[in-house]
Design a protein around this ligand. Structure first.
Ligand code: ADP
Ligand code: MG
Length: 695
């Protein structure tokens, strides 16, 4: 199959709908998809039937409501189409109820206390803005997942709500600028995905990778990424074959995989799709992560999505490229050609400065996970301080505006709108800063703090909601103004002045920035445990309730889920470390020491002159390492047991950070030192050097 034929061949997309649905039905569905409105039941019945026929023709026997619980994974429960009828016959059935609403036992999905045990059911509801697709002979229907009384138990529901909020407020702004044509404003996202590939046979020898997705031990190899010979380097044959199959799988699912290249670390790669509407981009990214893992296995490799699989080596992120687009395709983050458009661009830019500055805590929280804590601020990823990069030129434009200077660039013409003067924005702003968490890249913002293993939903729920709120406040003020242009200019200037501190164009990895950021009063929230207490603050509850994205109860349930997840991940990591240290590393040191000891004894028996055997100094060292490792393991065991007693997840999270993490570090340090001194043949699992160069 050619890529053109392949693309979307497993998706119930516009083309399929057009060819299979009566015209009125197709149009009604289109309308629902474009406006995000509910589908009338009679339309749903026809759609369901067409969908079933199409799926069966493609070999499906089952359908599944596919959803995204708070665990950050995807979930599916398969039901077959079969329905028994008279005389032991079967028919294949799929009605509007099954398409639109499903019911599933939600008791094992995290709900953060939202769902009482007596009401364990959860409901899934089709999101008609996202296409159904076929995977494993099963028709997958993208759905939202909520409790009996409509509380969101997933990541899709608030994302859709945040899109609505953003649309409502952005349209108000467009109307103020005289745009009455645009019907909908949506956020568009292109999420670049980083990942590692390692050989499956080696993976199978490491329990840490199997249980936790990252290595918990491992000394630095003599050569990792120091020579920068991997970035954009030739893609190895085996990886090339994998990528070929990966692309085909993704294309068939309608995922526009576009760019692939080697990343900075050996064994690390990146895949970037073409940007799409944010909820589709979020669905597609979830599917992409799954396809990455499955395809790797087929090629005897394992795809590691963890944010920091190897300490001391670059971790993986997910760069969330975000922009705002009208249904007519105009990008609101594109500096305009006319003064009118420029004023609008500057107002939107001002809203972003305000949104990001006021909600640094939420942006940090939106990328908070135990895995991402290992990566953020590790000198290859943005720090845990949120700031915005605009580039020198755009910053200069804003500063000139604030200081009532005219920004001069060779071709600056007079750009007055009405009586007031706003600068012309150069359209070719091409600065790049790879260290900033939130960087303007010409016509979009790149949020670089998102972790490689996480759903992009949280990040975009936060950006959309914060942005909607800023635009709402702007619209409230400007709709009242007598002189719109004057008020708009004043508002832009006042906002930039107030939130100027969030702009930082320098090196965000530098230690100096941490000091500077502190002086500016910006937040630095290093771990999940540090940001958890801020999540349900009054400011944040007000924001989410005002924009109708999350209720206070829903926010609190999310705090619970995030706290619990953090604790559980750390607990599993600590337990895995303990097991590996006691069952693999200590015995390896002992075995080598035993061998040396035996050799030394032999020598002593042979040597008449009583010269001390050369093994002795190393033996002494190994003995010390063994004692230390055993001691640190015992301490870790104690800390772990002490944690069992606590019940409040948020308190426990803080305890994990304060006591568990440092003890895990202590144990690792001794064991890594031992790795460098124990004979290779005794070391129980593949080393960093072997792992990252395994392909
Ligand atoms: P780079 O960030 O390396 O300069 P690109 O600019 O080509 O690379 O884009 C990286 C990602 O940003 C891709 O996924 C791309 O589809 C996405 N992207 C490009 N333009 C937009 C836009 N207007 N809105 C959202 N994402 C975009
Ligand atoms: Mg990029």
């Amino acid at each position: 199959m050619k890529p053109q034929e392949m693309f979307g061949s497993r998706v119930f997309n516009f083309d399929v709908m057009r060819s299979r649905l009566p015209r009125e039905t197709y149009e009604a569905l289109q309308q629902a998809m474009a406006t995000g409105k509910r589908l009338p039941p009679e339309v749903a019945a026809i759609v369901a039937n067409a969908m079933k026929d199409w799926a069966i023709e493609h070999g499906c026997t089952h359908y599944s409501h596919w959803f995204q619980p708070l665990s950050g994974m995807t979930a599916e429960k398969h039901d077959s189409f079969i329905t028994p009828v008279d005389h032991g016959r079967l028919i294949m059935e799929f009605g509007p109820q099954q398409l639109i609403r499903g019911e599933s036992d939600a008791s094992s999905f995290p709900s953060g206390g939202l769902r009482a045990t007596f009401e364990a059911r959860g409901y899934t509801a089709w999101d008609p803005t996202s296409y159904p697709f076929i995977k494993d002979y099963t028709l997958h229907i993208p759905t939202a997942f909520c409790s009996y009384d409509g509380q969101a138990l997933d990541k899709k529901t608030p994302l859709l709500r945040s899109m609505d909020a953003l649309n409502r407020q952005a349209l108000r702004i467009l109307r103020l600028f005289g745009n009455f044509d645009a019907q909908r404003v949506t956020a568009c996202v292109g999420a670049e995905q980083e990942y590692f590939l390692i050989d499956k046979a080696l993976y199978n020898q490491r329990r840490d990778l199997q249980y936790t997705g990252r290595t918990l031990f491992g000394a630095r190899p003599p050569k990792a990424q120091e020579l920068s010979d991997h970035y954009y380097g030739t893609i190895p044959r085996r990886v090339q074959d994998f990528m070929q199959e990966l692309n085909e799988e993704l294309w068939m699912l309608g995922i526009p995989a576009k760019t692939e290249h080697n990343e900075a670390a050996p064994g690390q790669h990146e895949l970037a799709p073409i940007f799409e509407t944010v909820n589709i981009a979020a669905d597609h990214n979830q599917m992409m992560m799954e396809v990455l893992k499955r395809t790797a296995i087929k090629h005897n490799m394992v795809c590691l999505l963890h944010e920091k699989p190897f300490e001391g080596i670059n971790g993986s992120g997910k760069h969330n490229n975000w922009s705002l687009s009208t249904n007519q395709g105009a990008n609101l983050l594109e500096p305009g050609a006319t003064p009118q458009e420029n004023a609008q661009f500057l107002l939107i830019l001002a809203a972003i400065l305000k949104a990001v500055d006021e909600h640094q805590d939420l942006l940090r929280l939106s990328v908070a996970s135990a895995g991402n804590d290992c990566r953020l601020g590790a000198f290859e990823a943005p720090p845990s301080i949120v700031s915005i990069f605009l580039g020198d030129e755009l910053t200069e434009v804003l500063d000139a505006l604030v200081n009532h200077r005219t920004y001069v660039r060779e071709t600056t013409a007079d750009m007055s709108i009405g009586v007031h003067v706003l600068p012309k924005i150069p359209r070719d702003i091409s600065d790049r800063n790879r260290t900033s968490p939130f960087a303007f890249t010409g016509n979009k913002f790149e949020f670089r703090s998102v972790g490689s293993a996480m759903s992009i939903a949280e990040a975009n729920i936060t950006i959309n909601t914060a942005m909607a709120d800023a635009l709402m406040q702007f619209a409230d003020e400007l709709e009242k103004a007598d002189d719109f242009h004057a008020a708009c200019e004043q508002l832009i200037i006042a906002t930039i002045t107030k939130h100027r501190r969030i702009i930082f164009n320098g090196n965000s990895y530098a230690e100096a920035w941490r000091k500077e950021a502190k002086k500016r009063g910006l937040l630095e929230l290093r771990t999940v445990a540090d940001c958890l207490p801020l999540m349900a603050s009054e400011k944040n509850v007000t924001l989410f309730e005002r924009q109708r994205v999350l209720s206070e109860v829903e926010i609190k349930s999310r705090v619970e889920v995030l706290s619990e997840q953090y604790c559980q991940v750390l607990r599993v990591e600590a337990q895995t470390m303990l097991d590996i240290a006691r069952q693999e590393i200590l015995p390896a040191i002992a075995a080598y020491a035993g061998e040396l000891g035996l050799a030394a004894t032999h020598k002593r028996q042979l040597q008449a002159n009583n010269k001390a055997p050369a093994e002795l100094p190393l033996l002494t060292l190994l003995d010390e390492l063994m004692a230390n490792a055993a001691q640190e393991a015992d301490k870790l065991d104690e800390v772990l047991s002490s944690l069992e007693k606590s019940h409040n997840w948020m308190t426990l999270a803080l305890k994990c950070k304060q006591t568990l993490l440092p003890q895990m570090r202590a144990l690792r340090t001794v064991c890594d030192a031992a790795e460098l001194r124990v004979a290779k043949k005794h070391w129980p699992f593949p080393t960093y050097g072997e792992l990252i160069n395994s392909i």
